[in-house]
Design a protein around this ligand. Sequence first.
Ligand SMILES: Cc1ncc(COP(=O)(O)O)c(C=O)c1O
Length: 418
Amino acid sequence: MNKRMFLKKAALLGLSGLAAQQSLATWVARHSGKTPEELASDEVFWQGVRGGYRLKPDYINLENGYYCFIPEATLESYLRHIRTVNLEGSYYMRTVQADNKKKVIERLAILGGCAPDELALTRNTTESLDTVINGIHSQAGDEAIMAEQDYGSIVNMFKLMEKRYGIVRKVVSVPNLPVSGDEIVDLYRGAITPRTRLLLVSHMVNITGQILPIRKICDMAHTLGVEVLVDGAHSFAHIRFSLPELGCDYYGASLHKWLSAPLGAGLLYVRKEKQAGLWALMADWNLKDDITHLAHTGTHPVATDLTILNAIDYYEALGAERKEARLRYLQTYWTSRVRREKQMVVNTPEDPTRACGIANVGVRNMKPADMAKMLLEKYKIWTVAIDGAGVQGCRITPNIYTTPAELDQFVAALRAMA
Ligand SMILES: Cc1ncc(COP(=O)(O)O)c(C=O)c1O
């Protein structure tokens, strides 16, 4: 069988056969002879994975940074959970809801390498981070550090804290292409004063994909008595790490991003010794000092929580290492083709340890909004324009179903625009 026929067959197998987790596991097992790095460029393997997704033919979706819509196998499980919860009504809520939530937290704790009693389920990163920002006992004059590249609404929560409690905001600017991780650590160190209470830092900068040296920042901040809150919206289930090894005090992530859970799923990590000291956003039935007092949600779509288990099954069946290697391969595939072109500016570090699937590129003398518009209207490529905080370009976020052929189309479009 020639390579083309094989690819076609694999795609067909994917479409029909990879709709179930078990098939993904079988598909992965068939390719177990290869390392994640070798598999990263094995298009037969990834065509099979792509077959487990239902994709809109109208455009090439390079905007998975907003959220990663779910593969068919997870979607089927989600629909099944919605039906079960609807069928059982309050019987479900009063009998197994709490146990099921515990199971979800236990599985997430394994992924995060932390204890289950350090994790709470939330709806998203926003809720997780705002719980911490609001929850710290702040006094007028307390200082908080953040970057202008952090997520806007999170930075705005600090603006509310400024108005309400008189906390002082210190805003740094993270360079797009730092010479080293130490440059970033020094940047944050330079903003710390004896009044600094909290440092917010993005694990992966959302507009450029740059990975920041979190462990080093935490160690530095802790020696100066400053707590660290990590915005992990883009890092969880994208790059591999363990929460305790990051060394932070607080961490929030959205599971509808890289874990590909349904919309409205997030997690909050709070180091054990920090839990009692936070005010809760919503009061729980039992006002204990542990993580449960930060985890109250009220009645909410529990089928979403349940499907987190299926999303973890999918992630584990594919393999965290394989996923990370593929996402990094796809990013370097296209950035390496345009990085040295005079008319283009890649706003993401080249060092493979400082970026993974997300990157950002601008075309000189072209407004990001015009670039995104032309990419969609002329070339049928969906991206998002970023114009601010020292970044002018489009954020490009492939996912595991993206093909190099699609990225070739994107690169050709960039060259034509440049
Ligand atoms: C860095 C960062 N933080 C926070 C958020 C907010 O995430 P969510 O809307 O899921 O709460 C996003 C969303 O894209 C983000 O990129």
